[in-house]
Design a binder for this molecule. Structure first.
Ligand code: PMV
Length: 328
């Protein structure tokens, strides 16, 4: 009753920004991401008869507060599916996601937990079932089941049965790279959960955001299929700017950007003026991710490192989907 799984984080090129159901985690729009090899979580789940509650270790440290409750509540879903309520587990999770890189470890974390937990309890889930389960831990995590490019289809059913991710193109399809630009002074974020909710509830731009998604998805999928970097980069960058615009139309208004966020965005535009194709995207925080092609790696990295306010630049390639490491 033990299983270990590894999952990588992903960066959204078409953003998930808005929920229609907070409990089931059902989105108001489809989203599309690239799974990254540089950032991952490895999780071992072992169900043990003598346990009377779950026990959770993150990077070898016992966790007792909110993250523990989220993990245990997620295992409740797995217990329910397996008709094994009353079975508790010891969970060991290790993050190779530098916290400072501004990647939420929740995507790789919940994908690895769903995979290891469901295997350990004896469920044999298809990728679709696994993605649907993972979604209920953290929405963006449902895309991390797959390597390469994946799309989370929002679905229409109120029970969430048709809301899960599907693969668009595997890791081997295209060697696109991502530089995570880590800023030195990062103020505390409005969580993605709180930011999304305020946007859905109050932003005067929210409907326009949602209505603009289908065209962006068509465009980016065509770009991915034909390996058209300009098309993919332009679409991703514009989609990110629209998502962030919705926060300015919320009440009260807010933004995730800082001065150095703008400086990095401007640097990416200057790279393009010099003939280097590079495009940015930004999640629910001030750090910037830059998309580029392998032949420009050195120049992109050197240029970004010189930007004032940049603490580090971490490079990543396209990553793989869920893998299982050992079972007993
Ligand atoms: O799944 P969450 O709650 O971590 O929200 C993710 C939201 C964004 O990162 C901003 C966009 C996305 O699609 O990943």
């Amino acid at each position: 009753m033990k299983a270990t799984a590894k999952a990588h984080t992903n960066i959204a090129l078409i953003k998930y920004w808005g929920k229609r159901d907070e409990t089931l985690i059902l989105p108001t729009n489809n989203s599309l991401s690239l799974t990254l090899d540089g950032f991952y979580t490895t999780t071992t789940v072992q169900f043990r008869e003598e346990l009377t509650e779950d026990v959770f270790f993150l990077n070898d440290e016992r966790i007792l507060d909110e993250p523990y409750r989220r993990v245990s509540a997620f295992l409740d879903l797995i217990r329910k599916m397996a008709l094994r309520e009353g079975s508790y587990a010891e969970i060991h999770s290790n993050n190779a996601v530098p916290t400072a890189a501004g990647f939420a470890s929740s995507a790789s974390g919940f994908a690895a937990l769903a995979a290891a937990g469901s295997r350990a309890i004896g469920l044999k889930l298809s990728e679709e079932e696994l993605s649907r389960l993972t979604r209920q831990g953290s929405g963006s995590a449902c895309r991390s089941i797959y390597g390469g490019f994946a799309e989370w289809q929002m679905g229409n059913e109120i029970d969430g049965s048709d809301s899960y991710a599907v693969p668009i193109a595997p890791q081997e399809h295209w060697d696109v790279r991502v530089a995570a630009v880590v800023l030195s002074d990062v103020a505390k974020d409005v969580s993605s959960r709180a930011g999304m909710k305020r946007t859905v509830d109050t932003s005067v731009f929210f409907d326009s955001w949602v209505n603009s998604i289908p065209a962006d998805l068509n465009e980016i999928k065509a770009g991915i299929m034909s390996r058209d970097f300009t098309k993919v980069g332009q679409t991703a960058e514009a989609n990110c700017l629209k998502m962030h615009a919705t926060t300015l139309g919320a009440a009260p208004p807010f933004t995730y950007w800082q001065d150095s966020t703008f400086t990095v965005m401007q640097t990416v535009r200057e790279l393009r003026q010099q003939g280097i194709p590079a495009y940015f995207t930004i999640d629910a925080g001030p750090n910037v991710k830059v998309l580029y092609l392998p032949e420009n790696e050195q120049q992109v990295q050197e240029t970004l490192r010189q930007v004032p306010g940049v603490a580090d630049v971490i490079l990543s390639r396209a990553g793989q989907g869920i893998s299982y490491l050992d079972e007993a």
